[in-house]
Design a protein around this ligand. Structure first.
Ligand code: C2E
Ligand code: MG
Ligand code: MG
Length: 589
């Protein structure tokens, strides 16, 4: 159009431009007249001067009638609404919003209106001419509803479709409560449905699918959910409120068995004597932790499992794996909040030499669990390592150990006991590990020479050089190192001379049978020799009997830690122990 326009301006002498302009105007008028939107114009005298066909259709007034009424009569809110709109148009030249018009018969009609001035005013006090374009919202609502149906429901059965199922699962997860609630996704796959379709015709096939859909829905009370997710596949969400995994699994299995019975017995009218069977896969979920893609894959894998074995028509997604995953998630949450709430304490186990003197102590972590009482580290350290929580936990151990070193220095001034703490390989590997240690020492004011870090051999598998660098840096500040569980790790001993180690800790596995096993005694002896040659002291852990201590001493190992002397005890008992020990050994001190 603009091309025609410019052409006609370029040749004013050409009278065909008048014809073209008339055509353009006629075209515009036709567009306005036939638009789906109700369009009208109110002039400066407040009279309706234009009223298109959709305005007639939607509001009931003919163009002639509209020109005879006041526009105020058109609005459900009357003059008040009109004034509001006029004020906005005066200020900004336009107004847009939802309006309730009144149909000629008095019923309200909701429309999305866009109103604007479209011509110069005669003078500044004159009313503006206003063009109103109104979209019927009842129409778009109906479209939205239709769209919603198409997008979320299966056309044939009227059941929710796959997208709807995903939406429902997301909803369940969103609305999960604090306490765990379990449910199950059940996938039902009809057997030989294609054969039924071929033999009895598609229409029967369709009727069968509809009938099954209705049957499944009738079998399940609210808030269960049934969807058709494929040609002959249905999915059900069975409850989602069970208190534990097993209950959810049992409920789902019971329902699956009922479904199979129902399929076998209820559709004779449609398919005659042929017996309708289905394979069923079940995946149990915990609402708060639903991973939708995983859950669908699990239900599918359970279904494949049911299909693969002729006698097994109902199959769970590997329940043991699934339960382990759920319980791991809970334990992780529990551990996380335990760290936040500082539910941990250090216990201390003394270390002695062959003369019965106290030479140090090892700090061992305890989780003071609100239900389970004192929980030992072997139950949570691995989880903390896998989840990265070890950094927060290990950081706390470090700070706490430093605080204790300072507190004990104040109350037992004559004692200069080194305190060992366990550092996991994951924790040590953190780039900020050395900063963390030095920071904890500085904040507490603890003597770095009294802090001993117990590392394990697994640390040296990765990157010996960077491990050595970190150790040397800390060593230069006075921190010492012990190699824990020595003898159980990898065999290359060359790393020992590259690292600033102060102590080798012989693993309990060589200590337990040392009194009777020549083999273990030989290993201990060679560790002692190795330590001597490298100038590293050697201590044995897990010493429980005097026989073990004697054998260790015979092998040259003169430092011990174990139940023979004392278990790991809480701080209060440990301080008593220190006092008692100091009193008993006073002459030597
Ligand atoms: P570990 O460092 O080798 O600690 C020695 C473990 O042996 C401790 O178990 C201790 O209580 C136990 N024990 C001591 N004497 C005897 C004995 O005579 N006989 C027997 N049978 N056992 C004895 P605990 O406290 O359960 O700690 C287990 C492991 O958990 C520790 O082994 C250590 O690897 C880890 N751990 C403990 N605290 C921490 C910590 O703060 N951070 C990290 N990363 N790991 C820790
Ligand atoms: Mg240790
Ligand atoms: Mg150990």
């Amino acid at each position: 159009m603009s091309k025609n326009h410019s052409k006609s301006q370029a040749n004013p002498a050409d009278i065909s431009y008048i014809k073209q302009a008339q055509d353009i105007l006629a075209e515009r008028a036709a567009l306005m007249e036939n638009a789906q939107d109700a369009i009208f114009v109110v002039d400066e005298r407040c009279a309706v001067t234009y009223w298109n066909r959709s305005a007639e259709r939607l509001l009931g007034w003919t163009a002639q009638e509209a020109s005879d009424i006041s526009p105020i009569q058109l609005f459900d809110g009357g003059a008040e609404v009109v004034q509001e709109i006029v004020a906005a148009i005066d200020a900004e030249g336009a107004w847009a919003g939802n309006v309730r018009y009144l149909h000629k018969d008095g019923t309200p009609v909701e429309m999305a209106a866009r109103m604007s001035t479209f011509a110069e005013r005669a003078n500044s006090s004159a009313r503006p001419k206003v063009l109103a374009i109104n979209t019927d919202l009842s129409l778009s609502r109906a479209w939205a509803q239709k769209f919603h149906r198409v997008a979320l429901f299966d056309n044939l059965t009227g059941l929710p479709n796959r997208s709807h199922l995903l939406r429902r699962l997301r909803g369940l997860r969103r609305a999960a409560k604090a306490s765990p609630a379990f449910g199950a996704l059940i996938v039902v796959d009809l057997n030989h449905f294609k054969a039924i379709n071929d033999l009895r015709g598609r229409r029967t096939g369709d009727r069968l699918l509809r009938a099954i859909g209705q049957r499944l829905q009738a079998m399940l009370p609210d808030p269960h959910f049934v969807a058709r997710i494929g040609g002959d596949e249905f999915a059900l969400i069975c409850s989602a409120e069970e208190r534990d995994f097993n209950r959810a699994a049992q409920a789902a299995e019971k329902l699956a068995a009922q479904i199979q019975l129902e399929l076998l017995t209820s559709f004779e009218a449609l398919i005659g004597k042929r017996r309708l069977k289905a394979n069923i896969g079940i995946a149990v979920f915990e609402r708060a932790s639903i991973d939708i893609a995983d859950l669908l894959a699990q239900a599918d894998s359970a279904l494949s499992n049911a299909r693969a074995q002729p006698d097994l028509r109902i199959s769970f997604y590997d329940a043991a794996t699934q339960q382990a995953a759920v319980s791991r998630m809970h334990r992780e949450e529990e551990l996380r909040s335990a760290i936040d709430q500082k539910q941990f304490a250090l216990h201390f186990q003394p270390q002695m030499n062959s003369a019965g003197e106290l030479i140090g102590a090892e700090a061992l972590l305890r989780w003071n669990h609100s239900r389970r009482g004192m929980v030992h580290p072997r139950e949570f350290i691995a989880l903390a390592e896998e989840t990265g929580l070890i950094h927060a936990l290990g950081g706390w151990v470090l700070e706490e150990a430093c605080r204790k070193l300072v507190a004990w220095r104040a109350c037992l001034s004559s004692l200069e006991l080194p305190l060992s703490i366990n550092v996991s390989a994951v924790q040590f590997a953190h780039p900020a590990f050395t900063d963390m240690v030095l920071g904890a020492l500085e904040r507490s004011g603890a003597d770095p020479r009294l802090l001993k870090l117990e590392l394990t051999e697994s640390l040296f598998v990765e990157d010996l050089n960077s491990t050595a660098d970190k150790m040397n840096l800390l060593r230069s500040h006075g921190v010492t190192f012990s190699l824990d569980d020595f003898g159980t790790g990898f065999a290359a001993l060359s790393y020992l001379k590259k690292l600033p180690l102060a102590q080798l800790k012989i693993d309990i596995s060589f200590v337990t049978h040392i009194a009777t096993s020549a083999h273990d005694a030989a290993i201990v002896r060679s560790i002692v020799t190795l330590g001597e040659s490298l100038g590293i002291s050697v201590i044995a852990e897990g010493v429980e009997t005097q026989d073990q201590q004697r054998s260790l001493a015979e092998c040259g190992c003169l430092e011990y830690q174990g139940f023979l002397f004392e278990k790991a005890i809480c701080e209060e008992k440990f301080l008593h122990y220190l006092e008692k020990h100091a009193a008993a050994t006073e002459p030597q001190l």
